[in-house]
Design a protein around this ligand. Structure first.
Ligand SMILES: [Cu+2]
Length: 182
């Protein structure tokens, strides 16, 4: 749903850019003198408008950042995800005293995926059972990227590689289960 709504600003901004280019191209057909005072005034309006737009969109969206819930609480579970050409391996962290299957979670769990690569750069894309991309992170060799995900839908979730990493990149996928019964 979010992905579909993202098309609306993309298409309207693209249309605006095309119209501005057309307007500029057509306005150069006949010669006229420049009124620098009105150009300066227009510039002030454009900058003021842009600042208002940016401030408004910043204040409206900042509350939806995923970070506050990450700061407030510890994850319910931590799972290490190692990416390599061409797959993802889920494991319990070596220090954890858990015997749970690292690919089965309970519904509503707040999970931290500690993603690292064993070879080249990959991307970790986490899709819910409806096929919606819920979270993603870069996966790099030599660095653990911590991705927090709330598993709010029961069923089979899919992990796909989000960065072209070689010939079988398209086949790089893994699944995990979110079960409503504990
Ligand atoms: Cu990959």
């Amino acid at each position: 749903m979010v992905q579909q709504w993202a098309l609306v600003p993309f298409l309207s901004i693209s249309a605006t850019i095309v119209l501005v280019f057309l307007w500029v191209a057509l306005s150069t057909r006949k010669r006229h003198d420049t009124d620098y005072a009105s150009v300066a005034r227009l510039r002030v309006y454009v900058i003021a408008g842009l600042m208002t737009l940016l401030t408004a969109s910043f204040s409206l969206t900042i509350g939806h950042m995923p970070y506050p819930f990450m700061m407030k609480s510890l994850p319910d579970r931590v799972v290490r995800v190692t990416a390599r050409q061409f797959g993802f391996v889920f494991e319990n962290p070596p220090t954890a005293q858990v015997t749970e299957d690292p690919r089965i979670f309970r519904l509503g769990a707040d999970v931290e995926l500690d993603a690292i690569s064993a070879d080249v750069n990959h991307g970790l894309g986490v899709y819910d059972p409806g096929g919606v991309l819920v979270a993603q992170a870069q996966v790099m060799p030599g660095y653990v990227n911590k991705l927090r995900v709330k598993l709010e839908k029961p069923g089979t979730w899919t992990v796909l590689c989000m960065e072209y990493c070689g010939q079988a990149h398209h086949a790089m996928r893994q699944t995990f289960e979110v079960s409503a019964t504990p």
